[in-house]
Ligand binder design. Structure first.
Ligand SMILES: [Mg+2]
Length: 414
């Protein structure tokens, strides 16, 4: 049993059905109605009201399919500019309560409120309630709030009482809460981890924390141990103040000796793109503009930009843009000493993005693919999964004598 109720105090604030909430804030007559928000093409559900959720409507489901079952639905198109604006206002309110606010996504944040009970003359649950009410009053949207001693527990607590709820789990209450959470409720346990844990007979979070640290380490490695500690109320991950998101992301390489080898340079460019996309994922951002630069022997710098039709984090869309730049502009025969890829015009990831010419089903599959790639990298390291064109770089990035791909013929594939 922990000695103190509040060794740390962390709030997780999560807007309820955010896009729908934003629409209701400017069309109050829609409150309580079955509303779905869809992309510009009107193909699939990007967000739905709580009553539709209760009726079994899922995000990603085609609108025509839902209309067959629920003829009363009201379909609205997304307006990301408006959602981003409300999101910024929500974060501004949170920053009135604490200087340490971590923007987790367009509608979610962690707030470190340790030590503020005296200042506000409220206990931590009352502070959470006051924040929730202020957002509702000033912005017309509802949020759900969790308060606990670690980020993981705070985020799980925020899910308990949705919509418009507050859930408090102090250190002394953790033991009574853990049996109520299934391991699939833990953010950070992916689709593959849950069945793996169940195979070992671990179903609830209480089952999980009862394992020894060594057992957890042998099944789930270091990230699993971190979660095991966080679930016991220990603050492993601190609230990272992210007031200003990165304005640009750049990844570069320099070459010694300098080179004219286009295939080698292209492989590096792809690796730079992969690394830049990892940073996008990490910051929950999307990019609207990609650029490539090369510096030649005489230190001349060549810079080319490509503007994308919608914000994205898709590897294939960004790769296509780079290929266009490369085909049009690469100075054949130039001796290159360094190169770099920059992603700019960043915005918070506000969900799936559709382009005019892509099939929504394909976009969802691509998005799933990107997520799986990201999980594999988190688990096995950045080099675990990479595009074929950059495999040749393995020799430089980390020798692997047994890797048969090392000697494979290397082609630039357009
Ligand atoms: Mg939310």
């Amino acid at each position: 049993m922990p000695h103190l109720s509040w060794p740390n105090a962390i709030i997780h604030c999560d807007a309820d059905a955010f896009y729908v909430g934003c629409e209701i804030s400017r069309h109050p007559e829609l409150r309580g109605k079955p509303v779905v928000v869809t992309g510009k093409l009107g193909g699939i559900v990007l967000a739905k009201s709580y009553d539709l959720k209760a009726r079994g409507v899922k995000t990603g489901q085609p609108i025509w399919e839902i209309k067959k079952q629920h003829s009363d639905i009201i379909v609205l198109n997304t307006d990301f500019e408006f959602y981003n604006d409300l999101s910024a206002k929500m974060f501004a309110i949170l920053r009135q309560w604490s200087p340490d606010v971590e923007v987790y996504s367009v509608d979610e944040a962690f707030i470190d409120i340790k030590g503020f009970r005296r200042l506000y003359k409220k206990d931590y649950g009352q502070i959470a309630y006051a924040i929730k009410e202020q957002i509702k009053q000033q912005l017309g949207i509802t949020v759900s709030v969790g308060v606990s001693t670690s980020k993981t527990l705070a985020k799980m607590a925020a899910e308990v009482n949705k919509p418009d709820g507050v859930t408090v789990i102090s250190a002394k209450q953790i033991q009574e809460w853990l049996p109520k959470f299934h391991v699939s409720d833990v953010p950070g346990f992916g689709r593959n981890t849950v069945p793996l844990l169940e195979k070992f007979g671990i179903h609830t979070c209480a089952d999980f924390v009862n394992l020894t640290q060594d057992t957890v380490k042998s099944i789930l490695h270091r990230p699993g141990v971190d979660l095991w500690r966080e679930l016991q109320g220990e603050q492993v991950h601190s609230v990272e103040n992210s007031f200003a998101p990165n304005k640009i992301i750049t990844r570069t390489s320099s070459f010694e000796p300098i080179t004219t080898n286009q295939k080698f340079l292209w492989a590096h460019t792809i690796r730079q793109l992969e690394r830049a996309i990892e940073a996008l994922h990490y910051d929950h951002q999307l990019t609207r503009e990609i650029s490539l630069y090369l510096r030649d022997k005489a230190f001349n710098r060549y810079d080319w930009k490509y503007e994308l039709s919608v914000p994205t984090k898709s590897f294939s869309i960004l790769l296509d843009a780079l290929k266009k730049i490369w085909r049009e502009h690469f100075p054949t025969g130039a001796l290159i000493r360094s190169s770099g890829v920059t992603l700019s015009r960043l915005s918070f990831n506000a969900g799936l993005q559709l382009t005019l010419f892509e099939d929504p089903g394909l976009i969802i599959r691509k998005d799933e693919l990107e997520k799986s790639k990201h999980h594999i990298k988190e688990k096995f390291g950045n080099l675990a999964i990479r595009s074929a064109s950059s495999l040749r770089l393995k020799q430089r990035l980390g020798p692997n004598k047994k890797n048969p791909l090392k000697t494979k013929a290397f082609n630039v594939e357009w």
